[in-house]
Design a protein around this ligand. Structure first.
Ligand SMILES: NC(=O)C1=CN([C@@H]2O[C@H](COP(=O)(O)OP(=O)(O)OC[C@H]3O[C@@H](n4cnc5c(N)ncnc54)[C@H](OP(=O)(O)O)[C@@H]3O)[C@@H](O)[C@H]2O)[C@@H](O)CC1
Ligand SMILES: Nc1ncnc2c1ncn2[C@@H]1O[C@H](COP(=O)(O)OP(=O)(O)O)[C@@H](O)[C@H]1O
Ligand SMILES: [K+]
Length: 517
């Protein structure tokens, strides 16, 4: 799914009206219908549920007014609160005129703000994508008052006060919604940790925005769901053999962190690699051979850390970093690897920290290398703390462009930046995965996918991110969030990849007649 800017969202509205021959009022009616259906289907509200609808002067307020009418028609008793304004939008005015007289409406006033008791449902339709500056005066007061209440708060399109695609000045008044119901496509603001308290749970309601118009809009940011990946993860051919899927080399583990090497190795094997060789220090030999007999063990001469780079000739892809430690000798192994490798590389964890501490090594990154930092590791890589999540995202984009690499910034919506400066946000995963070793599992899985020559660098990264999160989502159904450990993610990598293969089957074109038949 494309992530549009606020300006592109307006262009899409315009384009939809033109292409479908409908008015903006009709589009607003679709939005109101979608909102009503969500409220009824999700909340199953009792007939006497107190609905309070806060309406601003633009089309966001227009959505609120149209929804108030629809709730009234559905047998509810909504109450409408209007924010006074010098000018209002045409569709706001039309919907105010269409509001049945039986629906109570009041002008908001600083001296007697409405009471929103627990059990009330407040719809925040003050401001949406038309927000042009931070809220002040009465609007800011209303927002603070709402945030202090015990009511269930549902934001229409955007939590009021939040910009769709840019940061706010610190301390800005912004609605803290429990749910945000937006239309058709996600907004960048929903994906960034700094906005979590405002956005709450978010959902996209389809309103029939024109797909041909969406198709033509050029964007730098996308949100990746299963349908985007359909057909990108190829099935295993009948006559495939282990050579078909590549031989991967993993350099991982040090004294006390052999578990990272085990997790990454097992994830790589579950990720479908043909053969895996894991380079570990002597201290890990019994552990790896016992826990992961499918992996071949290539022992380093050193006891506690990796000190020598093996011959790279046999390998189709190489991963380095999980549990590596930051010994000088391991740094030299990384340097030699960057200087000599001719196959795809995946760099994670301590290998990223070594890069951050020795930034001259960044010049050696072969093109298309895949790096997988979490935000702290990313900060070490750039050497410059980010001002906020938007700034970090731009740093990520620049980093990938500058070093001609793929860089995954890990988090709740992990973001993959490409050498061309595109950013893809992953949609799968859950907070249960915030546990030691989850990242090692991702590295192992990505290594397997990079060793498979049938996949491009970008597809391997996208499939890996998606399947890793999906495996966590399957695992959490059995373990619960608190009980999820990284090894549980490994167990579900196979089913997660199989789902993508099955999706491929569904989208395949129908059988064509045999030649000559
Ligand atoms: N996208 C879709 O698919 C569809 C979108 N639809 C809906 O339309 C919404 C967008 O509507 P919109 O463009 O009228 O903007 P909206 O957010 O109502 O605010 C504009 C008004 O607020 C004012 N204003 C701005 N900032 C302010 C401030 N800080 N403090 C005070 N005032 C401020 C601004 O005034 P101005 O900046 O000109 O001074 C103007 O009067 C969108 O979010 C969605 O809900 C659906 O109906 C159909 C499908
Ligand atoms: N709240 C969350 N929602 C979805 N995924 C998450 C969440 N928290 C962590 N993850 C995922 O778990 C992994 C954690 O990686 P990392 O921080 O490197 O862990 P470790 O270093 O312990 O292996 C990342 O892939 C990240 O996207
Ligand atoms: K809103």
């Amino acid at each position: 799914m494309k992530i549009l800017s606020a300006a592109q969202t307006r262009a899409l509205d315009e384009g939809t009206m033109k292409a479908q021959g409908i008015t903006s009022l009709e589009l607003m009616e679709r939005a109101a219908t979608a909102l009503l259906n969500w409220l009824l289907d999700t909340l199953h509200p009792a007939a006497d549920t107190p609905f309070h609808i806060l309406c601003g002067p633009g089309n966001n307020g227009g959505d609120g007014l149209a929804l108030a009418r629809r709730l009234h028609q559905a047998g509810y008793q909504p109450e409408v609160w209007l924010l006074p304004a010098e000018k209002t939008s045409a569709d706001y005015t039309s919907n105010l005129q269409r509001l049945p007289a039986a629906v109570p409406r009041h002008e908001l006033h600083a001296r007697h703000l409405p009471t929103f008791p627990a059990g009330a449902v407040v719809l925040d339709a003050l401001f949406g994508t038309g927000l042009s500056r931070p809220l002040a005066g009465l609007a800011a007061q209303v927002v603070a008052h709402l945030n202090d209440s015990q009511a269930l708060c549902i934001a229409v399109d955007m939590p009021s006060g939040l910009l769709a695609d840019a940061p706010q000045p610190a301390g800005s008044a912004i609605v803290q919604a429990h749910y945000t119901l937006s239309f058709e496509l996600p907004k960048m603001a929903f994906l960034l940790p700094q906005n979590a308290d405002f956005v709450g749970e978010w959902e996209l309601l389809p309103i029939g925005l024109e797909s041909t118009v969406i198709h033509k809009l050029a964007v730098d940011n996308c949100f990746i769901e299963e349908n985007f990946l359909a057909g990108r993860y190829p099935r295993r051919p009948k006559f495939s053999h282990k050579g078909t899927f590549g031989h991967a080399l993993l350099l991982a583990g040090s004294q006390g962190k052999i578990g990272a090497a085990v997790l990454a190795s097992r994830a790589c094997l579950r990720g479908g690699v043909g053969l895996l060789t894991t380079r570990i220090p002597q201290v890990g030999y019994d552990i790896l051979q016992t826990t992961t007999p499918e992996a071949m063990c290539l022992l380093d001469p050193a006891t506690d850390y990796i000190s020598e780079l093996p011959d790279l000739q046999p390998y189709a892809a190489i991963g380095i970093g999980p549990g590596l430690g930051q010994e000088d000798a391991s740094r030299e192994v990384l340097r030699r690897l960057l200087e000599t490798a001719k196959v795809p590389l995946i760099i994670d964890a301590d290998a990223l920290n070594l890069l951050g501490a020795n930034r001259e090594l960044l010049k050696l990154l072969p093109p298309d290398t895949l790096l997988t930092p979490h935000p702290k590791e990313f900060e070490r890589l750039t050497g410059e703390p980010a001002r906020d999540d938007y700034h970090r995202l731009e740093q990520l984009r620049q980093f990938a462009r500058h070093h001609k690499c793929f860089c995954v910034l890990k988090g709740a919506y992990s973001a993959l930046a490409t050498p061309e400066g595109q950013v893809y946000f992953n949609s799968t995963g859950n907070p249960g995965m915030a546990t030691g070793g989850s990242g090692d599992v991702l590295t192992g899985l990505l290594l397997a996918l990079r060793a498979d020559k049938r996949l491009s660098a970008c597809n391997a990264a996208l499939i890996g991110l998606y399947a890793h999160g999906r495996a966590g989502d399957l695992a959490v159904q059995q373990t619960g969030e608190a009980g999820l450990v990284a090894g549980d993610i490994v167990r579900f990598i196979g089913p997660a990849l199989q789902e993508l293969t099955d999706a491929d089957l569904i989208t395949e074109p129908p059988l064509s007649p045999r030649r000559g038949g």
